[in-house]
Design a protein around this ligand. Structure first.
Ligand code: SAM
Length: 259
């Protein structure tokens, strides 16, 4: 059952687990609807309001928010994926990124998307109809489940969550990759001093995105409590306003990325 009324979203089983009992399902639903305060208070208008979500869920809107860089940022994420991989994608993204990811993985792979808002999970599931290799389940990015993946992708989520939770999310995602796998973060970054939009972005972040500016002052690796077993590579885009940071689990061959 899929509905845009958040109370009736089907709860998928975590990978590698058998069918859940009614009690387990209702407890998953309860957990899923425990929306964290940061999300309710700062982003409720965008992710919990059905009308706004339907208006925002378009590439044109995402492209405006990303200052014309939507396709470029999407490409930079997709080029990290190889067909046939098992991929965990953390959090629904408005627009066409999610189906593009499923298409890139192909039928021989597997895409698992998690989100902790029932409405967002339903929107995501609707986009993934016709992709049998994909499924959506309720989970907090800080507790993504027991599955292991070749690649974990996290697109513009970290800047929306408080720093303590950033740490929990980064640690949890690093723990979900197989040896030789990688975690790919695409998000904001400190723009160069000369960047004409630096002041505007700072103002917007201070007003609308209170947890985002911390990505100007901290590398994503700093949020990992045990970064050691991973090799970290960062690429910046659009005058430094955006970044792709990839953590390669040891035993993988890190390709050099220009910074
Ligand atoms: C990926 S982020 C931002 C993406 C970008 N602003 C866009 O274009 O949609 C938005 C999603 O993150 C989800 N989210 C927020 N905190 C989360 C968490 N701790 N765990 C899982 N999903 C989370 C929200 O429910 C929402 O669907």
């Amino acid at each position: 059952m899929t509905s845009l009324d958040g109370a009736h979203v089907f709860v998928d089983q975590p990978i590698g687990h058998g069918p859940a009992s009614d009690a387990q399902q209702s407890s998953q639903r309860r957990d899923a609807t425990a929306i964290p305060a940061y999300l309710r208070e700062v982003y409720g208008w965008a992710y919990l309001n059905r009308i706004n979500a339907l208006l925002l869920d378009r590439d044109a809107v995402v492209n405006a928010i990303l200052l014309g860089n939507n396709r470029r940022l999407r490409r930079t994420l997709l080029c990290e994926i190889e067909p046939g991989q098992e991929v965990l994608h953390v959090a629904h993204v408005y627009g066409r990124l999610i189906p593009a990811l499923a298409g890139r993985i192909g039928c021989s792979g597997r895409l698992d998307v998690i989100d902790l808002v029932p409405l967002q999970a339903a929107l995501c599931r609707r986009k993934l109809r016709g992709f049998p290799q994909a499924r959506v389940r309720f989970a907090d990015a800080a507790r993504p489940g027991d599955g292991l993946y070749n690649t974990v992708t996290c697109f513009f989520l970290l800047h929306e969550i408080p720093d303590e939770r950033k740490r929990a999310v980064v640690d949890a995602l690093l723990a979900r990759v197989v040896p030789g796998g990688k975690v790919v973060f695409v998000d904001y970054h400190r723009p160069a001093r000369w960047h004409p939009l630096r002041g505007l972005m700072r103002g917007l972040m201070n007003r609308l995105e209170p947890f985002a500016e911390s990505l100007w002052h901290h590398e994503i690796v700093e949020f990992a409590s045990a970064p050691g077993p991973y090799r970290w590579r960062k690429q910046t885009l659009f005058g430094g306003l955006y970044q792709k940071t990839v953590a390669y689990h040891a035993r993988s061959q890190a390709t050099e990325i220009s910074v």
